[in-house]
Design a binder for this molecule. Structure first.
Ligand code: DX5
Ligand code: ZN
Length: 235
């Protein structure tokens, strides 16, 4: 299995199966992995922290047996701790949660690590990065939301770019191997700007599953990312 942690310059594309056809979920996952997905992004919504309901740890457990790439679980739930435990048991590789949904953020991060998973801290569009500084030694991924969580297919919120830049500075200053993920409204035509702001891990749901040819979309995204890399190398 591929490792979650790689140097921040390697780009990871993580299709969100929220926009997949749930009636054919295994087939959808196989197809998107064959099309070049690096990770599977697994959105968990509880109709409490966000006004929508999606899939839970039992689905994660079934997929884990059939999926050859890391499963990146994005918990949009409150409270966090008990469900994080269930997802760790279900074989999640990385578990992200929203700090405002956990009463004791540091403890939740410790529990996820103790359960054998990587940790992610997710920041909503109006949520500042303030708490990150105090727990950065326990964080493996910072997730910047570029939509309000709860639904696929929303438009990218532009102010997220500035927050990505800010997160990039904080991560680099920490000297730790932390991935910087952006989630929401990512398409072929904006992924380059998101990468240029400093992101290395890209979630895309409707942009990929909304098209018949997943490989064409992922290839087009990679071509955009390669252009960013070429630009950086030339600079
Ligand atoms: C939103 C979810 C996202 C969403 C992304 O609450 O966390 O992962 O599914 O979907 P798109 O790419 O369609 O915005
Ligand atoms: Zn997500």
């Amino acid at each position: 299995m591929q490792h979650i942690s790689r140097t921040h310059r390697s780009h990871v594309i993580a299709p969100s199966i929220l926009s997949a056809d749930f009636a054919r979920l295994d087939d959808e996952v196989q197809r998107v992995v064959a099309a070049g997905a690096d990770w599977i992004h697994f959105d968990v919504m509880d109709n409490h922290y966000v006004p929508n309901l999606s899939i839970g740890h039992m689905v994660c457990q079934s997929l884990r047996r059939r999926c050859s790439v890391p499963i990146d679980v994005h918990l949009m739930v409150q409270p966090v701790d008990a469900l994080a435990e269930r997802f760790a048991e279900a074989g999640a590789d990385l578990i992200s949660f929203h700090p405002d949904a956990s009463t004791h953020v540091d403890r939740t991060l410790q529990q996820i690590h103790a359960a054998g998973c990587k940790t992610g801290l997710a920041f909503n569009p109006a949520e500042p990065l303030g708490r990150l500084e105090w727990v950065i030694d326990k964080v493996d991924l910072v997730l910047i939301m570029s939509v309000n969580p709860g639904f696929g297919g929303q438009s990218f919120i532009e102010t997220a770019l500035r927050k990505v830049e800010q997160a990039r500075r904080i991560i680099d200053a920490s000297g730790r191997d932390i991935r910087l993920q952006v989630d929401g409204g990512i398409k072929v035509d904006n992924i380059r700007r998101v990468a240029e702001a400093g992101a290395d891990t890209f979630v895309a749901g409707s942009a990929i599953f909304g098209q018949p040819d997943y490989k064409a979309v992922i290839d087009a995204m990679r071509a955009e990312l390669a252009a960013t890399e070429a630009q950086e190398a030339a600079a």
